[in-house]
Write a protein that binds this ligand. Structure first.
Ligand code: GLT
Ligand code: MN
Ligand code: MN
Length: 388
């Protein structure tokens, strides 16, 4: 019997805002009382998490004085050392305060843009002080309702200037910190700039220090755009940019659901876990999700345990897939290669081009070949449904 107990090696993390979500939504008030950061650290330790992430404001309220900040950070660090939890990632809340109603780094107001940089530098200090090595930028309200209000290419330049400034700040401080950009297409504003993993990858290449900046893709965010999350993650991985990942679940075409990982699209979650494990992704598995609004704190714990358990079950299923003789025999058949064209690997040469141009292909035979993908997919489904 496989062991589905979370261990530190699994790098399962949760944001303070995830298990701390009180169930407030646009139509209803909180249904759970607010827990303090210290209580949340203990809750996470109880369920077996490895780490905790936070926005600056989740830990230190935006109204706190320096002496209040000092007490909060002291107590939080004490809770970390009492429980053994670590802080792998931190981020800035650049979306909650009314000052950011027109965005932060891309706001039309230079004072708001300056305040966003100021707030982020302080938040970076706080994250680093607590041990963070990854710093996430979710754009929040970096977008528009009307494109009459803002030129999107100006917005792109402002966002680039802000990230370049902050990269230099991190270098100047000597911090061991990398940035992970988190795209999200259309919430909480009508249209958000750089809405997908692909868009962010292109943008990163335009920065002064692209080596410091990668991606934090989130399942729900690509699903909102109707995209294949696995493909987005693979593109980030291929570019050496998978710095962090936000795991949750989300049906296509719905509001921002942030469901427990693997609770809706089991097959997609399986391929994702299989990919992360097969390639040896070694970063945090951060569950950026929250419990149903129906739950009390026992339900929140059930939610958090469920995220980790489902991940580990899918990891075991991936192992079975890789060892399943019938599945592997089909894959061998699908990937068969008699070596005729192995000369094409290793790049272009004029000779190779000439040889290839002079080759005669049996196009009809290529098209006539049956591919056993139906069989393979059915075996995958049966494996997931537990009958193999
Ligand atoms: C917010 C958003 C998330 C981001 C968080 C970090 S906050 O819940 O929907 O996906 O990762 O800012
Ligand atoms: Mn989200
Ligand atoms: Mn997220």
């Amino acid at each position: 019997m496989a062991d589905y107990t979370p261990k530190p090696d699994h790098k399962f993390t949760f944001g303070l805002w995830t298990v701390g979500n009180t169930g407030r939504d646009p139509f209803g008030d909180p249904v759970r009382h607010k827990l303090s950061p210290v209580e949340l650290v203990h809750l996470l330790a109880d369920v077996g998490a490895y780490g905790v992430n936070f926005h600056d404001d989740d830990l230190v309220p935006i109204t706190a004085t320096p002496s209040e900040r000092a007490v909060i950070v002291r107590d939080f660090k004490q809770a970390l050392s009492d429980t053994g939890l670590v802080v792998p990632m931190a981020t800035t809340n650049l979306f909650g305060d009314p000052a950011f109603k027109d965005g932060a780094f891309t706001s039309n107001d230079p004072k708001v843009r300056a305040y966003a940089l100021h707030k982020t530098m302080h938040a970076i200090d706080l994250g680093v002080e607590c041990g963070a090595k990854i710093y996430v930028f979710w754009g929040g309200r970096e977008g528009t309702e009307t494109d009459s209000s803002k030129n999107p290419s100006d917005a792109g330049k402002r966002f680039r200037d802000a990230l370049n400034f902050l990269c230099e700040y991190v270098r100047d401080q000597g911090y061991d910190l990398k940035f992970a950009l988190e795209p999200k297409p259309n919430e909480p504003r009508s249209d958000i700039y750089l809405p997908t993993v692909g868009a962010m990858l292109g943008f990163i290449a335009t920065l002064d220090h692209p080596e410091m900046v990668g991606l934090n893709p989130e399942v729900a965010h690509e699903h909102m755009a109707g995209l294949n999350f696995l493909h987005a993650v693979a593109a980030a991985w291929d570019a050496g940019k998978l710095f962090h990942i936000d795991l949750n679940d989300q049906m296509f075409g719905r509001y921002d659901q942030d469901f427990r990982f693997g609770s809706v699209m089991v097959k997609q979650a399986f391929y994702l876990v299989k990919f992360l494990e097969d390639v040896g992704y070694s970063g945090s598995r951060h569950f950026d999700a929250h419990a149903y609004r129906t739950e009390d704190y026992d339900g929140v714990k059930a939610f958090a345990r469920g995220c980790m358990r489902t991940y580990l079950i899918l990891k075991e299923k991936a192992r079975q897939f890789n060892e399943d003789k019938e599945i592997q025999a089909l894959l061998t058949e699908i990937l068969a290669d008699d070596g005729t064209y192995s000369y094409l690997s290793g790049g272009y040469s004029a000779d190779k081009a000439k040889q290839l141009k002079n080759t005669t292909f049996d196009r009809v035979a290529l098209g006539a070949r049956g591919l056993p993908y139906e069989q393979l997919d059915q075996l995958t489904i049966e494996l997931l449904l537990g009958v193999r």
